[in-house]
Design a protein. Structure first.
Lengths: 112, 111
């Protein structure tokens, strides 16, 4: 099966940089995704890493190291609206479709 | 484009009642998924459909059935609801699987 570990909570101040780590164990690993979910809302896709290295999308970057089974989401220039839960998810080959297995989520609180 | 739509938004059931959650997408995606999310937890896959005409079990399929009615629609049925099925249910769709688009969710309470 698959398992993912990420911190349950992270707190930072507006304007700061925060890194949310994710370690995983899975067979047939294809890639690591990140989703954002505001309270009461639906998850929304942030990024995907299929290869080692850094992917940058505006203020958000995501990193993957396949050899270490590790990735992180980096949020820069934090804004109050970034307060949300962030989930890492692994895409694996177990199953006939491109299934995602989600971590339990990291609640990010941005303080003024 | 409405994206992924789900009905109903809220539902309260008594133990033993049945209901069907509806999901539709207008993005011409091949794959569709049903997840449940319990407080403080990530999303757990109930069932998925890789393409029209196929369905497969996910991580937590017990107590649920699904129907991929056509390419647009994927429904989730609870035949005999139990309090353990109290949860928020999300439908999602994807073209390639890596980027999934989620509906607004159905908040289900079983008493």
């Amino acid at each position: 099966g698959q398992s993912l570990e990420q911190p349950s909570e992270v707190t930072a101040v507006e304007g700061a940089i925060v890194q949310i780590n994710c370690t995983y164990q899975t067979s047939g690993f294809y890639g690591l995704s990140w989703y954002q979910q505001h309270d009461g809302g639906a998850p929304t896709f942030l990024s995907y890493n299929g290869l080692d290295g850094l992917e940058e999308t505006g203020r958000f970057s995501s990193f993957l190291s396949r050899s270490d089974s590790y990735g992180y989401l980096l949020l820069q220039e934090l804004q109050m609206k970034d307060s949300a839960s962030y989930f890492c998810a692994v895409r694996s080959s177990s199953g006939s479709a491109r299934q995602l297995t989600f971590g339990s989520g990291t609640q990010l609180t941005v303080l003024p | 484009n409405a994206g992924v739509t789900q009905t109903p938004k809220f539902q309260v059931l008594k133990t033993g009642q049945s209901m069907t959650l509806q999901c539709a997408q207008d993005m011409n995606h091949n794959s569709m998924y049903w997840y449940r999310q319990d407080p403080g937890m990530g999303l757990r896959l109930i069932y998925y459909s890789a393409s029209e005409g196929t369905t497969d079990k996910g991580e937590v399929p017990n107590g649920y059935n699904v129907s991929r009615l056509n390419k647009r629609e994927f429904s989730l049925r609870l035949e005999s609801a139990a309090p353990s099925q109290t949860s928020v249910y999300f439908c999602a769709s994807s073209l390639q699987g890596d980027e999934q688009y989620f509906g607004p969710g159905t908040r289900l309470t079983v008493t």
